[in-house]
Design a protein around this ligand. Sequence first.
Ligand code: SF4
Length: 282
Amino acid sequence: MKKEIFLCAINNILSGTCKEDCKFCTQSVRYHADIERYNYKSIETIVTEAKKAKSHGALGYCLVTAGKGLTDKSVDFVARASRAIKKEVDNLNLIACNGTATIEQLKFLKEHGIDSYNHNLETSKAYYETICTTHSWDERYQTCLNVKTAGLQLCSGGIWGMGESDEDRESLLDSIVSLQPESTPLNFYITNPALPIKERNITKDEALILIKKARNLLGEDRLLMVAGGREQIFGGYEKEMFDAGVNSIVIGDYLTTAGDNPLKDRTMLDEIGYKVATSCNG
Ligand code: SF4
């Protein structure tokens, strides 16, 4: 039987307006990266885009806002967007990705239809202050714990290739595993001339070792996704990535970089002997 791959799509509903200094992120206003920056999209647009993602086979749909964390305004907006999507699109697992969050804010999102919350640890606790000085790793970890307390599914992973050491990689993976997330996105750093981190220090072979370790430590029943950097690391070699244990990918565009056409991804899966999952229950 062909192994199923779960497709997830991302909607950047508030882009490029963040005052934090994460050195890997084009959405920080500090680095003046050449990206599209906009305030909240209209709810109507978000619903239309959710329908399109669903028609391409997405089972998960992630509502992302740039910024350090949820505010009264953003929590209200995400809740309204969530309600509107749930009303018009069936069987779409809604994920919110809005930075640090309190238990109360997360419970509020859950009450309004959000199923899962994505908050990545990004890198190891020890390396974090090298890539960000405006907030702490501990705050990130606490938000992940808050997600679980609020009764939402946790989606938590990180970014590899930002100059971290092998020890940092081990430590990040151990921290993610300690949270027992339902899904884990592995991102590979995408360089941009405006960003302070100039090079990506991870190869395809190192990424494959990481995937195998992550699959082994997280367990067979969890979603293990390759998200940002897939095309850069695994373009043309996707089968190796799935064979190593990945069972989920992002389709369409990423937050500020273009992804492959969703139809091209579906064809690729078919050609290499995998099939698109049609239900979250497998
Ligand atoms: S807090 Fe989030 S949006 Fe802001 S710079 Fe850091 S990663 Fe980017």
